[in-house]
Write a protein that binds this ligand. Structure first.
Ligand SMILES: [Fe+2]
Ligand SMILES: [Fe+2]
Length: 192
């Protein structure tokens, strides 16, 4: 199944919704990796090779920017609010950052084994098993992580950060992707 990158998405003027759009891509590309991992001990059909390549590239290049959006732009501004109204959301931020750290070596393993498969062909059973268990762990972690961000943290940020602060988050996200003025088109922003 070829991976479609383009999908409806929000603009940098609406940073918390744009961050949720990134979650949909994380889920989509994780699903693509799991589909490929299921058949990785046999020669991959061309479509599966392309899916693998695209998904690996996404997690290598675009996903780290999402983590930086949260850790460098959004979470610090939320922590400065010190409002009891968002205490529940603030209490979750440290654990979310720990999840990001926990995911990094799993992504590195997936990237290494995925590239090995692309370059050298079918994976031996042991490596295939390692790939599948790393992906299963990532899927489990992201399911809970994304739920907390989408339903608790991002709505709190959208409600309690000022328009100026939200604007600054959006500008920083755009800059991270080298887009001037945050005027990236919805279609183009889906790739980032
Ligand atoms: Fe996160
Ligand atoms: Fe996130």
């Amino acid at each position: 199944m070829p991976v479609q990158i383009g999908m409806a998405t929000h603009s940098f003027a609406d940073p918390t919704r744009l961050l949720s759009d990134c979650h949909r891509r994380i889920e989509m590309f994780l699903g693509a990796l799991q589909s490929v991992a299921a058949i990785v001990e046999t020669p991959l059909p061309e479509e599966a090779r392309q899916s693998l390549q695209t998904a690996l590239q996404y997690f290598r290049e675009a996903a780290p920017r999402h983590t930086e959006d949260e850790e460098a732009s959004l979470f610090p501004r939320m922590r400065q609010l010190q409002s009891s109204e968002i205490e529940m959301a603030l209490q979750r931020l440290d654990a979310l950052e720990e999840d990001h750290q926990r995911a990094a070596p799993l992504h590195a393993l997936v990237d290494r084994l995925g590239r090995q498969c692309l370059q050298a062909g079918p994976l031996p059973a042991q490596e295939a098993g390692e790939l599948r268990s790393a992906l299963a762990e990532l899927k489990k972690m992201y399911a809970q992580h994304i739920e907390v961000e989408d339903t608790l943290v991002f709505p709190a940020a959208a409600k309690w950060l000022s328009p100026a602060e939200l604007g600054a988050v959006g500008q920083e996200m755009a800059k991270r992707r080298s887009v001037s003025g945050g005027l990236l088109t919805p279609q183009a922003s889906a790739d980032r």
